[in-house]
Design a protein around this ligand. Structure first.
Ligand code: G3P
Ligand code: MG
Length: 247
């Protein structure tokens, strides 16, 4: 099943227009015409995969302390902004399926929880999107997590996520049998981009919120951009020529 890779991916659900990593954000992205969303998935203290970026609750919720030691009973009673709850990963998956959105599921393990997070998210991703016409794309800064996901759910495509791309990126992509290279758009070098393009590997850059940066990166040959500025960048409705993700 080939799924065209959209050129624009709404970052953390609804970017800066909605509380991050919430169902309201995902709905908003779809309403604005985005065809892909990225969100971060971490385990709660009960081992439930939930959407949240930070290891601690303070910045994005009404709660306090580490996500990894907070029970579901406490976590799901918190306000994640604008009256939104922290979503279960399963709820976000159902919503993406319903809306026909491509989900970039970033496995975001709290430090020391790489294995259980990757196992839970890998297994659940395969289960939640079984038979779906638009398949998700897993990614992570944790190469260990991607390795575990590869072994548990090989049928789900993977993207390798870096800040600055290291010298051994290609061998890591090959080892992880990943399909895409994700990196900080400010740190992407021409040699890396040229090599990726030569290998037919799409490069996806985060987090691009300025039009001049978007124009420059697309002009250099980057395939897709993660943005918080859903208001600034009306997403392209055509697939990026020749690039496809999915089984
Ligand atoms: O997956 C791209 C981007 O989300 C990575 O950075 O910190 O926003 O998860 P971060
Ligand atoms: Mg992320």
């Amino acid at each position: 099943m080939l799924v065209p890779l959209p050129r624009w991916i709404a970052h953390r659900g609804g970017g800066s227009l909605a509380p991050e990593n919430t169902l309201a954000g995902i709905r908003l992205a779809a309403r604005l015409g985005f065809r892909a969303v990225e969100f971060d998935v971490m385990l709660s203290g009960d081992g439930t995969p939930v959407l949240i970026h930070d290891e601690t609750l303070e910045r994005t919720t009404s709660g306090r302390g580490p996500v990894a030691t907070t029970s579901d009973a406490i976590l799901f009673a918190l306000d994640a902004g604008g009256g939104e709850r922290i979503p279960r990963f399963a709820e976000a998956a159902a919503l993406c399926r319903e809306l026909g959105l491509l989900a970039n599921v970033e496995i975001k393990p709290a430090s020391g929880y790489e294995r259980p997070t990757a196992e839970a998210v890998g297994r659940l991703t395969a289960e939640l999107w079984r038979g779906a016409p638009v398949q998700p794309l897993l990614s992570s800064f944790s190469l260990e997590a991607l390795e575990i996901a590869r072994d548990l759910a090989p049928e789900i495509e993977r993207g390798v996520l870096f800040e600055a791309v290291p010298a051994n990126w290609l061998s890591e992509i090959q080892r992880l049998q990943a399909v895409s290279l994700h990196c900080d758009g400010d740190l992407l070098t021409d040699p890396v981009l040229a090599e990726a393009r030569g290998q037919g590997i799409p490069v996806l850059c985060y987090t691009v919120n300025a039009p001049e940066k978007a124009i420059a990166l697309f002009g250099r040959g980057v395939s897709a951009l993660f943005t918080d500025r859903l208001d600034l960048f009306p997403p392209a409705t055509t697939a990026y020529k020749g690039l496809h993700l999915g089984g």
